[in-house]
Design a protein around this ligand. Structure first.
Ligand code: COA
Length: 225
């Protein structure tokens, strides 16, 4: 598994048009990533408080390349449809994959690209991949209470809030709660297997529709490279 297969989609548009590629990191990309991810504005959302060095990022990339239970991508902005590499602006992945279940995460560490629908498009592509390539049944995630963009992006593609971890961490000197979320594969036997003989709570039935729509949209938008 390690890095996911490369995918591209776009242009996604919100005034500006972006071509996105999700692919493996290249060896030379550790330095820029370390610098970007070490900024306080990024660290506060990913619950880190330590400078990341190029060596740390290169070690992470090597470990990621061989991690059996993970499926990770660099999120890159490409110049146009002929650019097959682009420049990394973030990372996303499915982690701890076991028995059809995983945890997801995302960080767009170049914050000049926030607010253009890039995370939403990457979440859609990742859920398509989870369904079609990995056959994943459910994905868990959590979001710091004040991180409205992250919560919205996850709910839009079919994650459901399941509860709260109170006093989970200290961010900027303040106690923070986090919301737990779960995505359930909306299709056929995956959905049925997840719920077994239990009736899904109504909020999951609503999210199921969003999850289906997100995957259908990704099927149209995403090209495997
Ligand atoms: C959270 C993050 C991934 C969002 O990325 P993004 O590309 O800016 O997200 P999108 O543009 O797809 O926006 C997602 C939704 O949030 C909304 N949104 C964007 N910025 C917002 C803000 N500041 N406040 C409230 N909502 C916001 C968007 O309108 C969109 O909702 P809509 O589709 O219903 O209109 C990005 O801000 C980031 O990397 N932050 C740091 C790391 C992080 O928080 N990771 C997630 C940890 S759980």
């Amino acid at each position: 598994m390690s890095y996911g297969l490369p995918m591209r989609f776009g242009p996604i548009s919100d005034g500006v048009e972006y071509h996105i590629i999700m692919r493996a990191y290249q060896e030379s990309e550790g330095t820029a990533m370390a610098k970007a991810i070490s900024r306080a504005n990024i660290q506060r959302y990913i619950m880190l408080s330590a400078t990341q060095t190029p060596a740390m990022e290169e070690t992470w990339m090597e470990q990621t390349a061989t991690a059996k239970d993970d499926c990770t991508w660099a999120i890159c902005i490409a110049q146009d449809s002929s650019d097959e590499l682009g420049t990394p602006i973030g990372s996303t992945g499915l982690h701890g994959i076991k028995d059809g279940r995983a945890h997801s995460g995302i960080v767009i560490y170049n914050d000049s690209f926030w607010g253009y629908g890039i995370a939403s498009a990457c979440h859609r592509a990742r859920s398509l991949y989870a369904h079609e390539v990995l056959g994943i049944r459910a994905i868990d995630s959590f979001v710091i209470r004040s991180n409205d963009a992250s919560l919205k992006a996850l709910e839009n593609i079919g994650y459901t809030r399941t509860g709260t971890q109170y006093s989970h961490s200290i961010v900027d000197g303040k106690v923070c709660h986090v919301d737990n979320l779960t995505w359930v594969n909306p299709f056929g036997h995956q959905w049925d297997y997840f719920w077994g003989d239990n009736q899904p709570p109504e909020e999951f039935n609503i999210s199921r529709r969003n999850a289906e729509l997100a995957i259908k949209r990704a099927k149209k938008d995403v090209t495997f490279m």
